[in-house]
Design a protein around this ligand. Structure first.
Ligand SMILES: NC(=O)c1ccc[n+]([C@@H]2O[C@H](COP(=O)([O-])OP(=O)(O)OC[C@H]3O[C@@H](n4cnc5c(N)ncnc54)[C@H](O)[C@@H]3O)[C@@H](O)[C@H]2O)c1
Length: 333
């Protein structure tokens, strides 16, 4: 078991949930959160957890190779779980450059430093948190993505994530670095930034504002509760085979329009609030995940049933309006 694990990008949505549910109870390991605190990463997501002696924090941009090297010198981590990324597809369509910088060059800086430690036999595992979007899109009746599905990313976001995955694979194949890649479908749950589909819809519905739905809302996504994803990451980190890829999915495929109607129903709001808007450029039609490999090799399956997860998520947002306000205030400043 590793002594010191870097949790890179863990002030964001998925990473902060990982810190709360998995890093806090593992007090035999030193976790160091490394995060640039972009518009998507917040100190207030992890402040309470930093009170634990075994959880530390460094504000750093992984694109800066000097800073990354200094952090590796200082802590000599045994392992890395890399959550850090520019993660919003719409933003990647507006400004792809920062996606390439963080998602590709940032990952490469982490890999280069991990490799230096690996050469001294001081590094155990590099886990790259990736996405099902690297596989491209499916039609209605195509089989779900498996780990064998060829990579065919369509957006600047997914192209940058796929590039990072290729680099991670290359460092395993070429240098023998111990790597694992996880590819997960769409996450939902507490602390997701209010620019992503589910928090946007909850926020607008509670304010009786129009809910913008791309196209006719026919696009299909598979939804997974964030804790299920994080348990998959931890299982893959602990016992995944070196060089492997593991898919995680929630067994919950929904058309966007049905998802939005579900949110309105749970909030007791009228469907008249739905407003169809111009579709996203190059919008992938459908994602669906075959996670048989994770089930067989890791004993992992998603545990949170969709309806239950949505109720928990809505309850969290209704009970944490101050969190949304803090995020939105940060974005305005
Ligand atoms: N959200 C999803 O549905 C989903 C699904 C599958 C995979 N993923 C992947 O999971 C990871 C986490 O996603 P998320 O939804 O939590 O994203 P997020 O945008 O909420 O968080 C990203 C975090 O990375 C940090 N970061 C960004 N650029 C950085 C840089 N240059 N240096 C250091 N830190 C930086 C941000 O400050 C933030 O804390 C990403 O790699 C994403 O591609 C997300």
């Amino acid at each position: 078991m590793a002594d010191t694990i870097f949790l890179v990008g863990a002030a964001g949505f998925i990473g902060c949930n990982f810190v709360k549910k998995l890093a806090v109870p593992h007090n035999d390991i030193n976790f160091v959160i490394i995060d640039k605190l972009t518009y998507a990463g917040h100190m207030f997501n992890i402040e309470e957890e930093l009170e634990h002696d075994h959880i530390g924090f460094e504000k750093a941009d992984i694109v800066d190779s000097t800073v990354v090297s200094q952090l590796f010198e200082k802590y000599q981590p045994d392992a890395i779980i890399n959550f850090a990324a520019e993660s919003h597809v719409d933003r990647s369509i507006e400004n792809p450059n920062v996606f390439l910088e963080t998602n590709v060059m940032g990952t490469m800086n982490l890999l280069n430093n991990a490799l230096k430690l690996h050469k001294k036999n001081k590094f155990t595992r590099f886990l790259q948190v990736s996405t099902d979007e690297v596989y491209g899109e499916l039609t209605h009746d195509e089989e779900p993505f498996s780990e064998q599905t060829p990579i065919k990313p369509n957006s600047p976001y997914s192209a940058s994530k796929a590039s990072a995955d290729h680099l991670v694979h290359a460092y395993h194949h070429t240098y023998g670095l111990d790597t694992v890649i996880t590819r997960c479908s769409n996450n939902y749950g507490p602390y997701q930034n209010p620019e992503k589909l589910i928090p946007v819809m909850i926020d607008k519905a509670t304010k009786n504002e129009k809910l913008p739905v791309y196209g006719k809302g026919e696009n299909v996504r598979d939804w997974i509760y964030v804790d299920d994803h994080n348990h998959g990451i931890w299982n893959a980190f602990e016992r995944g085979n070196t060089g492997s890829i593991y898919n995680f999915g929630g067994n919950s495929e929904y058309k966007n329009i049905d998802l939005v109607k579900k949110i309105l129903e749970l909030l007791g709001k009228d469907e008249d609030l739905i407003s169809f808007v111009t579709d996203r450029l190059g919008h992938d039609f459908r994602y669906a995940i075959n996670f048989e490999k994770a089930a067989t090799e890791l004993g992992w399956t998603p545990k949170v049933e969709f309806n239950q997860g949505m109720i928990q998520t809505i309850d969290w947002y209704l009970g944490n309006k101050d969190w949304i306000e803090k995020v939105q205030k940060k974005w305005e400043s």
